[in-house]
Design a protein around this ligand. Structure first.
Ligand code: NDP
Length: 329
């Protein structure tokens, strides 16, 4: 019999790629959206998995709905990829961010405890928990988060560890650093840069306004990162893993790579606006994936600058197919 997976947040970037991976591995895939009738299924459609998954309505903050979906599906594996995922937005909506990430994770753990279901549980944590990382952070590096999002992810991490130790639940955290794909929404800076630069190349605008471009991040490729998630739940013992490329790139380099690829000079078009700066920011964020390599046999395959090239190519392709569709009407 095939294994059953339940993905909270299946319509998000990672949910879509994970659904495709697990389907290809022979799983029966279920997923949740807060309201399945209103769910944005465009990513699932684009990746050709929409017809192969079952979507349920579930709100992580509503214990009954979480209990209902876990009880109905009775999954072998549960992945929690739902919740507020924007660091920037977490400064504007800290309470919502805390509730969604911390209580949402707790609700799933409480359901597993209550139902005594032997399901394996993966929770999406973030490299944001470390704050500034002067040397690449690993699983032993202390947490010093610098955003409401990072604080909430830190609390969720320790909640998962506590339930694993207290109740013997097979619960794991993936401490994932930034990972990108064409499915990232436009509000994330990487997509803002790619779409803004293509707008400039298309002569739709002349300027791109960003916040602090001196920061450095460890950027990976989302399909690689969901592979790490699936591997984490296939271990003999539950454990936590840093998932990263091990290399950081400044946002300035990211910008210049995008503009170079389009044959543009970024300095002629990009400006920094103080109102787009965050109250606190991480200067350098980089992870050490040595444990993931040793225990999971995982390493990031797609790295910078290929990530940028793929994002720009996908955006050009998206606009091209939109034009073809409009012309056909
Ligand atoms: P997305 O934002 O693409 O997807 C998250 C999904 O959660 C959405 O599709 C939405 O589903 C649901 N959601 C959004 N906001 C809320 C909210 N306020 N309350 C409850 N549900 C919400 O995230 P990703 O796929 O990029 O990331 C998956 C997980 O991994 C997240 O927890 C994120 O914080 C974490 N992560 C991501 C990283 C990255 O670089 N992408 C890095 C490190 C961690 P619906 O509207 O259908 O309910």
């Amino acid at each position: 019999m095939s294994k059953r997976a339940l993905i909270f947040g299946i319509c998000g970037q990672d949910g879509v790629y994970l659904a495709r991976l697990l389907r290809d591995q022979g799983y029966e895939v279920h997923g949740t959206s807060r309201d399945k009738e209103m769910a944005n299924t465009s990513g699932l459609q684009r990746m050709g998995v929409l017809g192969d998954v079952t979507i349920h309505s579930a709100a992580l903050l509503d214990f009954r709905s979480v209990l209902q979906v876990i009880g109905d599906v009775r999954p072998d594996e549960i992945y929690n990829l739902a919740g507020q995922s924007s660091v920037g937005l977490s400064f504007a909506q800290p309470v919502e961010t805390f509730e969604g990430i911390i209580l949402g994770t707790l609700n799933i753990l409480e359901c597993l405890r209550f139902l005594k279901l032997p399901a394996r549980f993966y929770n999406a944590t973030s490299g944001e928990v470390f704050g500034n990382t002067e040397t690449p952070a690993d699983e032993t590096t202390p947490f010093r988060p610098r955003s409401p999002y990072g604080v909430a992810k830190s609390t969720a991490f320790w909640t998962v560890a506590n339930y694993r130790e207290s109740y013997g639940i097979f619960a794991c955290s993936g401490i994932l650093f930034n990972h990108e794909s064409p499915l990232r929404p436009a509000r994330f800076v990487t997509q803002k840069i790619v779409r803004g630069a293509v707008d400039i190349a298309d002569k739709l605008t002349d300027r791109l306004t960003l916040g602090n471009i001196d920061v450095a991040r460890d950027w990976g490729w989302a399909p690689d990162y969901v592979d790490a998630m699936a591997r984490i739940l296939k271990q003999d013992e539950p454990d936590d893993f840093v998932v990263a490329t091990g290399t950081s790139t400044t946002l300035t380099e990211f910008v210049s790579t995008v503009f170079d690829y389009l044959g543009l000079d970024w300095k002629a078009h990009v400006e920094s606006a103080p109102e787009l700066m965050r109250p606190t920011d991480i200067r350098v964020s980089v992870g050490n994936p040595a444990k993931a390599k040793a225990k999971l046999g995982w390493a990031a395959e797609v790295k910078m600058p290929q990530i940028v090239h793929r994002l720009v190519d996908a955006e050009l392709e998206r606009r091209q197919s939109k034009c073809v569709t409009q012309a056909a009407r």
